[in-house]
Design a protein around this ligand. Structure first.
Ligand SMILES: [Zn+2]
Length: 156
């Protein structure tokens, strides 16, 4: 069996530019079984979509216009910093760096400064392997995870 994979996916809403970062688990699947791999992908995609739809519903009182969304960043390795391993339902400042593999592949995470972000990226072989490209851009995102409950979701 291939191990489960933690996926971070950043959505941007138009026209307002609000951003939602979701963390979902792609279940373990046999690397020898393409059907199982596709099923695991669909499971993770559906979980991410549920979180996006839930967030858009909760945004209605503060941002009533219709939204369209697109995926602007994705990462399937452990990010920089501890914040993104914790609970969601909060607003976070994250650094997002493009990679040599092109959109939407990015290296992202939390750090007090961009210099600290790069310092931590360079100490992590898995992150170095993603080919991150400077500069990292600061984003303020709403963060939700597939382990958050549906109650009291802030609409920020
Ligand atoms: Zn909006």
């Amino acid at each position: 069996m291939g191990a489960p994979i933690t996926i971070f996916r950043l959505f941007r809403l138009r026209p307002c530019g609000r951003e939602l970062l979701v963390r979902v688990e792609r279940p373990a699947a046999s690397n020898a079984d393409q059907g199982a791999l596709d099923g695991a992908d669909r499971f993770a995609d559906a979980a991410a979509e549920r979180l996006r739809e839930r967030w858009e519903r909760h945004l209605k009182p503060v941002c009533a216009h219709p939204h369209t969304s697109s995926v602007v960043a994705e990462m399937q390795e452990d990010p920089v910093g501890d914040d993104l391993f914790g609970p969601g339902r909060r607003t976070l400042a994250v650094w997002v760096a493009q990679t040599e593999y092109g959109a939407p592949w990015t290296v992202l995470g939390t750090a007090a400064t961009e210099a600290e972000f790069w310092q931590r990226v360079r100490l992590d072989d898995a992150l170095v392997g993603l080919g991150a490209l400077a500069p990292a851009e600061p984003h303020v995102v709403h963060f939700l995870t597939d382990t958050d409950t549906d109650t009291d979701l802030p609409a920020g």
